[in-house]
Design a protein around this ligand. Structure first.
Ligand code: AMP
Length: 282
């Protein structure tokens, strides 16, 4: 596995590989890799000749009060597992290398970025779209893999690529869970033992909500209230950021379940903010 640390070098190397006729699949990550990330690398491995994994904690997607400095980091572990998973190039630029001091250009998809996570993280997706665009311009991947765990992010990236005619195929990959149902996330490392024991109830609450919908409860408000009660009973220290029923493509809030919808939730537990989502049908 090659480790490349500068934007210039990764651009040069990927250009050479493309000249040789190789296809490239990119997996953008912020490191502290777990089985969710590895499933994306596995998918990338199936798709293309060359797998590039980026490992970069992107400062522009964090607000000043968020966990940029505390974000978990284990470079040696990440190098070992990416190599083992069949990565050809690990791109890990140092913090300052990706942005000029006077960086002034942003890529935004405001209509999809306002709701859900965008309410408490209003500049987050602008940072994500900008860094992903930069990675696309450096690497020119044929494919880029993103997890359905970050459902809003995946939807926004798809729209950005469509609207800007970016020449890349976005591959959505299933959400990988711990055995007890907790969505895998680098931020699970923030949980205390006591919190960790309770957080699988986020998934259980969404499954119970799905069951309610199947039984004929189609009102978003009632389903959200049901989830809120479930979380209050089962994870007393939790605070719900949001639990919303939205259209699976436009992310528009839905008042009533028509056919299918995504219910996405973000829940604060201790120092962690945990995301999960579920597809519900009538
Ligand atoms: P992150 O390092 O958290 O920015 O995530 C990098 C990529 O891995 C994103 O496309 C995430 O959606 C994806 N990812 C993170 N956790 C999971 C998971 N549990 N299952 C599937 N994909 C995931």
């Amino acid at each position: 596995m090659e480790i490349i640390t500068t934007p210039e070098a990764v651009k040069k190397r990927c250009k050479e590989l493309k000249k040789q006729g190789k296809t490239i699949a990119l997996v953008p990550t912020m490191g502290y890799l777990h089985a969710g990330h590895l499933s994306l690398i596995k998918k990338a491995r199936e798709l293309a000749d060359i797998v590039v994994v980026s490992r970069f904690v992107n400062p522009t997607q964090f607000a000043p009060n968020e966990d940029l400095d505390a974000y978990p980091n284990d470079p040696n572990h990440d190098r070992t597992v990416t190599e083992k998973a069949g990565t050809d190039i690990l791109f890990e630029p140092p913090a300052g290398a990706m942005y000029h001091k006077d960086h002034a250009t942003w890529v935004e998809v405001p209509s999809l970025a306002q709701g859900l996570c965008g309410v408490t993280r209003p500049t987050h997706f602008r940072g994500v779209c900008t860094v992903v665009t930069k990675l696309f311009n450096l690497i020119h991947p044929d494919f880029a893999c993103f997890g359905e765990k970050d459902y809003q992010q995946l939807t926004i990236i798809r729209r950005m690529v469509r609207d800007l005619n970016v020449d890349v195929e976005i591959i959505g990959c299933p959400l990988i869970r711990e055995e007890d149902g907790l969505a895998m996330s680098s931020r699970n490392a923030y949980l205390t033992k006591e919190e960790r024991a309770l957080v699988p109830h986020i998934r259980k609450g969404l499954l119970a909500l799905q069951e309610k919908a199947k039984q004929g409860e189609y009102s978003a408000k009632n389903l959200q209230d049901f989830f809120a009660r479930y979380i209050k009973e089962n994870i007393p220290m939790a605070r719900i950021d949001y639990c919303n029923m939205v259209d699976k493509d436009s992310l528009e809030p839905l008042e009533t379940l028509k056919d299918k919808a995504v219910v996405a939730a973000a829940v604060y537990v201790g120092k962690a903010r945990l995301l999960d989502n579920i597809l519900i049908t009538k």
